[in-house]
Design a protein around this ligand. Structure first.
Ligand code: HEM
Length: 305
């Protein structure tokens, strides 16, 4: 089995830093390669978890091995007249660092972005953190529906024998919550929106047609109902953030062995197939959205030289 970037599966530190880059005109691929290599060794030396993801253009420029069906993020717009959408802001390179030590991840990404100057510029960045026992700011536990840890590699990694084996498709989005609006709602209505209990994460037996689970818990049969096996699962590693201007929300991060299950969920959440929108999108929508590919260690070694 090809070796994946270990940080996809490692236990996350409480502090995260997401940095997205776009290329400058005349960017030197040699410089980009050497900065990524340096960052990888800096993070290894400090015990920082680092995942490096490449957008479709940069991956094609650095490697012959582009996995099947790797597409750029195109805006996912609802069709119900609400104007809700998951905006596409595809960038070219993503560093996801996490560690218990915020100062060390700040320094590692600062050194890398400084060394990239003139070749790649920071398009957006978000420091995030683990909130309590993996809470989203809505007060609900996020991540309980993830696969068992032992099953995560099979869910997240391109299988051996395929282009990009051992790599993983990433979806990265910064969702902005209307947290005041959310908190004004009775808990019962909040629970109907997620389709689970706030206290103990139990799923509701009867799901509303607008519930989050009905849109994202894909099953062989009806989505959101446990009467058939799950299909096309994903591995989520989302964390909350709070910006200095009062903006709060969820940094959504998910891994999958194919890109299509990520696209299918977003399309369902925005009601593109004619079903009601995920009501969560009345309270939260993304302001960025990119797909990346996190190559295996072997592929990275070949790309970076
Ligand atoms: C503001 C954005 C979001 C919030 C606050 C949020 C929150 C939650 C919560 C509280 C749960 C239930 C607990 C759990 O299973 O983890 C959940 C489940 C889930 N969410 Fe989200 N989510 C968001 C966006 C998304 C997006 C964009 C996707 C996929 C593209 C997604 C995919 C899933 C999946 C796959 C599950 C588990 C379903 C299962 O049990 O199989 N979520 N989410």
């Amino acid at each position: 089995m090809s070796e994946p970037q270990a940080a996809i599966f490692n236990e996350m530190g409480r502090h995260q830093w997401y940095v997205h880059f776009s290329r400058e005109p005349n960017a030197d691929l040699g410089v980009i390669r050497s900065v990524i290599s340096q960052l990888r060794s800096d993070c290894k030396a400090k015990g920082i978890n680092l995942v490096v993801g490449f957008g479709p253009d940069l991956l094609a420029d650095l490697s012959g091995d582009v996995p099947a069906d790797f597409r750029k993020f195109e805006t996912v717009a609802s069709i119900d007249g609400s104007g809700r959408e998951a905006i596409g802001t595809q960038e070219e390179l993503l560093f996801w660092l996490n560690s218990p030590k915020k100062d060390e991840i700040w320094k590692a990404q600062y050194d890398a972005r400084t060394a990239l100057k003139g070749h790649m510029s920071v398009a957006r960045e978000t420091p995030t953190f683990i909130y309590g026992e993996s809470l989203d700011m809505t007060g609900f536990t996020d991540g309980t529906g993830n696969p068992d840890p032992a099953d995560e590699p099979a869910v997240a990694l391109v299988p051996d024998g395929s282009l990009g084996a051992g790599g993983s498709f990433i979806l990265a989005q910064r969702w902005v919550h209307n947290l005041d609006g959310w908190n004004e709602m009775p808990v019962e209505q909040q629970e109907n929106i997620f389709g689970i209990s706030k206290d103990n994460n139990d799923r509701q037996e009867i799901q509303q047609d607008y519930s989050h689970l009905v849109h994202v818990e894909l099953r062989e049969g009806r989505s959101g109902y446990p009467d058939t096996p799950k299909r096309d699962e994903i591995v989520r590693r989302s964390t909350p953030y709070a910006l200095h201007d009062g903006t709060v929300g969820l940094y959504f991060m998910a891994f999958c062995r194919e890109q299509a299950p990520l696209r299918e969920r977003l399309s369902a959440m925005y009601g593109q197939d004619g079903q009601p929108r995920d009501k969560l999108t009345d309270f939260s929508n993304p302001v960025s959205g990119s797909y990346y590919f996190a190559p295996s260690e072997e592929q990275l070694a070949g790309m970076l030289g």
